[in-house]
Design a protein around this ligand. Sequence first.
Ligand SMILES: Cc1cc2nc3c(=O)[nH]c(=O)nc-3n(C[C@H](O)[C@H](O)[C@H](O)COP(=O)(O)O)c2cc1C
Length: 191
Amino acid sequence: MTSDRRVLGVIGTGAGGVEKLRTGLVEPAIAQGWQVGVTLTPTAATWLDDIGEVALLEKVTGLPVRSAPRLPREQSPHPPPNCYIVAPASANTVAKLALGIADNQALTQVCEAVGTRSLPVVVFPRVNAAHARQPAWEQHLTALREAGVWLVEGPDVWPLYEPREAPPGRELPWAAVLDAAGRAVSASATS
Ligand SMILES: Cc1cc2nc3c(=O)[nH]c(=O)nc-3n(C[C@H](O)[C@H](O)[C@H](O)COP(=O)(O)O)c2cc1C
C-alpha cells in the first residue's frame, strides 16, 4: 500500500538529547502528518538500544530503525524522504557531512541528500563552545550552508556553553528543527 504522506528521514547521532528523539521530534512530526523513517549512527543506535528506545521508535514509526548498511540484494526498508533532519547532530557527524565522509548508514543517506540539492536537509549541530572553536568548524558550517543545508543554530536557538557548564536539563530546540523542515520542503517545492 502506498502513502501520500510526506516522508521525513530523521537521523540521530551520539549527542546529548538523542534519548528524546522519539518524544521531542518523531512523535510531533507524525502528529503533523509526516511519515518518519529513523536512521541512527552506530553510537546513537547503541545508546538508544540500551534504553529501549529503538523498539519504541520502530513501534511509533512502523518502520525498522536503520543503523547498519543493507545487503546489496536488499531494498531500502524506508520510503524515499522528502526531507532529512539530522538532530541532534554531533560535531563529529557535522564535520564528516561537510567533508562528504559517508562511513556509516546515516552519513551515507545524508551525504547523498546534500549532493542531491533538490532534497532539503536540516541540521541541528548539538555542540558546545569548545566544539565550535575547533579550527575547521566554521569552514564546515560554511560548506554546508553553501550546499543549501538548513542549519538550525545561533544564540537564539542554541547558545553555546563551555563543556559541562550548560544549565542542566536544557531541552533541544525540537520545535525549531521541525519547523525548519516544513519551511525547507515548502521552499524546495516553489524553487
Ligand atoms: C554521554 C556523551 C554525550 C555526548 N554528547 C555530545 C554532544 O552533545 N555533542 C557532540 O558533538 N558530541 C557528544 N559526545 C561525543 C560523541 O558521542 C562522539 O564524538 C561520537 O564519536 C559521535 O559519533 P556519531 O557522530 O557517529 O554519532 C558525547 C559523548 C558522550 C559519551
